[in-house]
Design a binder for this molecule. Sequence first.
Ligand code: XUL
Length: 582
Amino acid sequence: MQGEGYYLGLDLSTQQLKCLAIDGDMQIKHTEVVDFDRDLPHYNTHKGVYSHGDVVECPVGMWLEAIDLVFEKYKGAGFDLSQVKAISGSCQQHGSVYWKTGAGDLLQHLNDANGNLVDQLYPDGFSRKTAPNWQDHSTGKQCTQIEKKAGGPEKLAEITGSRAHFRFTGPQIMKIAENEEDNYKNTETISLVSSFLTSILCAKLVPIEEADACGMNIYDIKAKGYDDSLLDVISGKFGKEDLLKKLSGSVTKCNSPQLMGNIANYFVSKYGFDSECAIYPFTGDNLATICSLPLEKNDILVSLGTSTTILMVTDQYHPSPNYHLFTHPAIANCYMAMICYCNGSLAREKVRDSLNENQSTSWTNFDEAVLDESLDTSGELAVYFPLGEIVPSVDAITKRVLYDPKNCEIVKYVDKFDNNRHDAKIIVESQALSARVRVAPLLSGTVDESNDEKSETMVHFDYDSMKFSEYSSKRPNRVYFVGGASKNDAIVKKFSEVLGAKNGNFRLETPNSCALGGCFKALWSDLWKKKKIDEKVTFDSFLNRYFPTDELEEIKVDDITKKWEAYKDKIIPLSKLEEELK
Ligand code: XUL
């Protein structure tokens, strides 16, 4: 590969700041971590935040100290930072940083000979000492007003890619404009955490990055600009022009690599960086995660954790109040869809424990049942939501049904199946089937001709109605599994069978995915910008060519088409069962 030297990816997450260095062959060469609670105990954060009731926030000074500390750790380890060619990275999403009037000057005059970031910038550079964190729940009133102004949750999702959420930046800014007039008035610029970190590294205030801007409930994704009427409701009496100015007028676009500047002299003098070291825009952590893998359109990343999260690259702008769409941070004309299910591992563990009569937490019985092909679950379906669910949006409930496979009608509700081995098989089937029907509208490509008599039947899920043939024949390109439960062979195999990827299922361990996504973006952006690769080499084609495939383990599934025949007959009953829950 053409890349020489090192490329850094920083990840400023809730509990730590991580910095990864790769070389031009995409191999990880060094990692340093600053753990906020442990390494910066004088901020008295708990898991990186201050929580008081519904309010959750992070001290900005702590982040400034962490930036110095992580580079000090690099220097202390003897790592030659002068060989770093470019830096990018990711940050927790939705958080907002409030720079005080005059902050731009302060940044520009950072004293590079001595001193540190926190002493020179904090608190004088900020109109608020803290940044709202994504776990904040205090903006219910503002969310209602924003949705009302947009014309309802569906309309807001159509404009901004998401309905209103407590943690999203727009509602947070609106609350501050309402409750902290002086702080708001004294604010020169509002950054997301990602543009805050980019600004520090370049020592100048830079606009918000476009993909991360989609987590604000203000940015019109299709029109590629902040929405006038949303600016209006959020800014209240201070006015939309003033807010637009605070948001730097526009965003940093993602359709091609944008050089934000070279690293500031402060970092050159203090840590020995090369003054030519390029800074490329930081983005949100979920957005950086999709940059850590060779994902192209119609590829899916399934994170099997306590909750199940699906990240998908799509060229279909098909928003829904049930999930999120963001502009893709590195592929032009593509989006990232993020579908979050509340009920993932915990729900499966409950079934496992009941199968083990609460005597053990071993997965053996559960796994055997999941893969037991002689265990006939045709005509049986269930949803297991011990927690309220987001997709579909319903309260906590577990419901088992028997349906007639001929006409797909629900015959009756039952309290249990023949035995609880059926629950093990059905929970994994129904979780995976729910994911498959939710990604279907986001998949591009043709719908297979089918002679199935149900082909033309309209099927309804959430806010979508599509022909049965579309739900049954659209298939993802590739599926990647990550997260705790991806280590479980039975679960991953069953998910792979049901999701039906055309070009393979893979699993991998991703302890550093956000930071790694930043490294890859820095490498590709720099080679592209310096014309060391042809400008036709898109981010996804670059990763597909050079990604170290030894990291990936392929999950083999046999007879996928035959197996789908059994699962696809559950689509209509699942739609009917979900309708009954509402
Ligand atoms: C995404 C979200 C979280 C944070 C975590 O919408 O709120 O994933 O980004 O850092």
